[in-house]
Unconditional design. Structure first.
Length: 220
């Protein structure tokens, strides 16, 4: 479900979050209005100020920013950014800044329940050192446009290590109202090259899922 609302910029505030180490963020209406004056010209997604660590393109900044709000219903096998590919079983939606919401700093984001969802996204393999510990961080929210109320997501590395995150959109606690958190998770590398997968575990048939943006991986 795609609601025609503008959402831009951000301030620190409280909010409900999923699991893990979370820092609540809020995108204020006034700041959304100010950032909304940015010209709608085709170009790269804005980079995350905090960077992507050892990922080639964790913040999607090498992707063309989708115009008219987003690129919807991207199917399994679609390369929507140079280092990102859509995984099944269904689809994902790739959002720019102009419709429904904008993540902090105006970065592009992915709703893991596409049109229709649920689906997942996988980053290209990146170099790691066996036995070393790494931290994955990302902005997290939920699409409050419809069911389910609680969005569920699994984060995997190497298909062998995983953790889960959830977001409860009740009480307008959603991306449309500017609510985001910074989530983190640590893993120990087992291979010289590591994969990263974000996957919705919502029920089939929904279009409103967990949302991720500004992904990074750093060595501890």
């Amino acid at each position: 479900m795609r609601l025609r609302t503008l959402a831009l910029a951000f301030v620190v505030a409280g909010g409900m979050v999923g699991l893990g180490s979370a820092a609540p963020l809020r995108v204020s209406p006034a700041q959304r209005q100010a950032q909304g004056t940015r010209p709608m010209t085709e170009g790269d997604c804005p980079p995350s100020p905090s960077g992507s660590g050892i990922l080639a393109d964790g913040d999607f900044s090498q992707a063309i920013e989708p115009q008219n709000g987003g690129a919807f219903g991207l199917r399994k096998g679609t390369v929507f950014a140079p280092d990102w590919i859509v995984r099944g079983p269904r689809t994902v939606d790739f959002y720019g800044f102009s419709i429904e919401w904008t993540a902090p700093n105006g970065v592009c984001s992915v709703d893991l329940d596409g049109s229709p969802g649920p689906g997942g996204i996988r980053h290209a393999l990146f170099p790691t050192r066996r036995g070393a510990t790494y931290t994955v961080s990302f902005l997290f929210s939920g699409n409050g446009g419809g069911a389910p109320t609680v969005k569920q997501m699994t984060l995997r590395v190497d298909e062998s290590q995983s953790t889960t995150f959830s977001w409860n959109t009740s009480g307008s606690n959603d991306a449309q109202n500017g609510n985001w958190t910074l989530e983190t998770w640590q893993f120990k590398a087992r291979r010289p090259m590591t994969g990263l997968l974000f996957e919705s575990t919502d029920p089939l048939g929904g279009n409103n899922g967990p949302i991720v943006a500004a992904i990074s991986v750093t060595k501890d």
